[in-house]
Design a protein around this ligand. Sequence first.
Ligand SMILES: [Zn+2]
Length: 289
Amino acid sequence: MGRWGAGGGEQQLTLQDVAQLLRKQECRRVVVMAGAGISTPSGIPDFRSPGSGLYSNLEQYDIPYPEAIFELMYFCVNPKPFFTLAKELYPGNYRPNYAHYFLRLLHDKGLLLRLYTQNIDGLERAAGIPPDKLVEAHGTFATATCTVCRRKFPGEDLRGDVMAGRVPCCPVCTGVIKPDIVFFGEELPQRFFLHVTDFPTADLLFVIGTSLEVEPFASLAGAVRSPVPRVLINRDLVGPFAWRQRHNDVAQLGDVVRGVERLVELLGWTGEMRALIQREEAKLDAKDN
Ligand SMILES: [Zn+2]
């Protein structure tokens, strides 16, 4: 990696170079930061994009203002709108896409140190990436907690109620059970603090499908050591890639899935990807039937 070290050669790194580093296993501690852009190809609305986002479709949720849906105070008074969203996003409704399966393949090859995701759709788990490789920075529907007695429940225990449009209640104390999605003002999951060791020890960073606008998630892109290549696969140039670019930064702009496909081609993993997706889709088909 010395070629691209800080203060080293000035030559700009390319996606091809990054593919080479992965193929030769010169990079094998890959940290990935992912956002809504990897899930929109699965049909999940980007919460923040005008027109298609959650915030533009308030009527169906019957909330006074957009943020209310993730506010604890509001939830205590009226949990229904949040559970309308939960029903929509509950694991099983949507399927992972090419981008998720690329991350799964990185894991299968032993190259994924950690995947930090801002998404709450659970598609990383659905793609077969084990929870210990994940930091779901904005929480998950896979687990839930009673808002009164703090008992923990698997998300599956709530499925019946959520799908039937009922607010799930604790069998012990009758308090409302809230999926472990991070609401405004709530602390990030404990696992988020893995970043303290993950980022300084990473040897490659992928930033995929995120506008890098939400803190503290956004600042993490600057937390890898300066000689470490950073690869942005995104519609637009964002965050430090726009305002403090390093010569070992690579930006693959445009359609996210197309960008990932291009990388997979350069890696020579196209066949493996096809086989993996076929296998996983067959599993999901069997589940649905
Ligand atoms: Zn309880």
